[in-house]
Design a protein around this ligand. Structure first.
Ligand SMILES: Nc1ncnc2c1ncn2[C@@H]1O[C@H](COP(=O)(O)OP(=O)(O)OP(=O)(O)O)[C@@H](O)[C@H]1O
Length: 305
């Protein structure tokens, strides 16, 4: 399969490298995170991938698919061309003057930007610091996703006392900002399950994703001298990346926030049903021992994070 062309490195994390690729058919750009096959592909990696797959929101990088190269598990996702969040924050400055003056007018025992402070901290009664931190993290996440403060009254934006009134879960479920672009998985009722079925048909299925992850968690056949049973190969092989590639990178739009829409192309080949114990002997003739890997248990939460 020669679906993607690797263009350049875009970063590296704890688990591997991320590269910018172009879909040869549609010319769309994607980011691909490469993680070494073998022991690094554990239940944590699996959980991250399955959680990512279930997140569908315009402000969250969209998962596309997982593929195998001879040496790596490749996670294909939407490419975010806006650069690093940290740099954005540094460039934007920490607080505006307005925010600072509000901050300084708070009681001395209250530290932080008011919009981020949990209601109980304002109340000056005893409170649990850890729980208050969870509130602040929630506000931070909301601001990062939406670009505005939650609980803000548009007619009275500086009235931070409004955060003292805690919204209830049923109220949240009816709230406009919760319902806007709500992923189908989290919708309730019959309409939701109908939508869910049609959406599931559009992307790599849970079984396919888990099948690829299971395969990637096995010791690589390449390391053993075998050819291996892989999906991808060709231009997705990291070793194939040519630094002197004459691809004209100047033509690539990397100035906007998100440059590619989520578009599915053909899906990966069939995989063994993950509910059966994975039978290596049926996977590849090159396998030396069917007992040299552990199957990652399939136990990730489908619920919101
Ligand atoms: N979808 C993407 N679009 C653009 N750049 C990305 C994308 N995914 C990753 N990157 C870049 O690659 C870097 C490494 O990403 P990666 O997800 O491997 O690691 P991380 O999230 O920084 O840390 P960890 O390895 O702990 O998950 C990121 O810091 C970012 O610069």
């Amino acid at each position: 399969m020669e679906r993607y062309e690797i263009l350049r490195d875009i970063g590296s994390g704890n688990f591997g490298v991320a590269k910018l690729v172009r879909d040869k058919k549609t010319a769309e750009l994607y980011a691909v995170k490469f993680i070494d096959r073998g022991h690094k592909i554990d239940e944590h990696v699996q959980r991250e991938i399955m959680n990512h797959r279930s997140l569908k929101h315009p402000n969250i990088i969209r998962f596309k698919e997982v593929l195998l190269t001879p040496t790596h598990l490749a996670i294909v996702m939407e490419y975010a061309a806006g650069g690093e969040l940290f740099e954005r924050i540094c460039n934007a400055g920490r607080f505006s003057e307005d925010e600072s003056s509000v901050l300084h007018s708070q009681p001395k025992s209250t530290v932080g930007t008011p919009a981020y402070i949990a209601p109980e901290v304002f109340s000056r009664k005893e409170y649990d610091g850890k729980i208050a931190d969870v509130w602040s993290c929630g506000v931070t996440l909301y601001v990062m996703l939406v670009g505005a403060y939650p609980f803000e009254d548009a007619d009275d934006p500086r009235n931070f006392k409004k955060t003292i009134t805690r919204i209830t879960i049923p109220e949240i479920k009816r709230h406009a900002w919760f319902l806007k672009d709500l992923p189908i998985e989290f919708m309730e009722g019959e309409e939701a399950s109908l939508k869910m079925n049609s959406a599931d048909n559009e992307c790599q299925s849970v079984e396919e994703v888990l099948g690829v992850i299971q395969e990637a968690s096995k010791p690589t056949e390449l390391a053993k001298g075998g050819g291996g049973n892989y999906v991808g190969g060709g231009s997705m092989d990291l070793d194939d990346m040519d630094d002197d590639d004459d691809t004209d990178l100047d033509d690539i739009e990397t100035s906007g926030d998100f440059v590619c829409a989520f578009t599915m192309v053909d899906q990966s080949p069939n995989f063994t049903n993950i509910e059966q114990d994975y039978d290596l002997a049926t996977e590849s003739d090159n396998v030396e021992s069917p007992n040299d890997h552990a199957t990652i248990p399939y136990s990730y939460p489908e619920a919101p994070l």
